[in-house]
Design a protein. Structure first.
Length: 83
């Protein structure tokens, strides 16, 4: 896993939508509350939250095939990992 600097709220929401899971499902998978996930996704820019919670969300999404694409001049994003 290659870590990038920070996740954005939009990346988290886009990743969740890409794999078709609900906020409740992702929150359970990451062992965080739904309100915590909602705050992360609603963040403008960098996702708000404790580092351990953000890491748990990242890990949960990566475990179902999401790749986070770092900001590299083309904009940060998400995609499905090639299986």
């Amino acid at each position: 896993m290659i870590l990038m600097d920070k996740l954005t709220g939009r990346q988290i929401a886009a990743a969740r939508a890409l794999v078709g899971i609900t906020q409740a499902d992702l929150a359970a998978k990451a062992n965080i509350s739904v309100p915590t996930l909602k705050r992360m996704e609603a963040s403008q820019g960098e996702a708000a939250g404790m580092a351990n919670n953000l890491g748990a969300v990242r890990s949960a999404l990566e475990s179902v095939g999401v790749e986070f694409i770092p900001e590299n001049g083309g904009g940060a994003g998400v995609r499905l990992r090639k299986m």
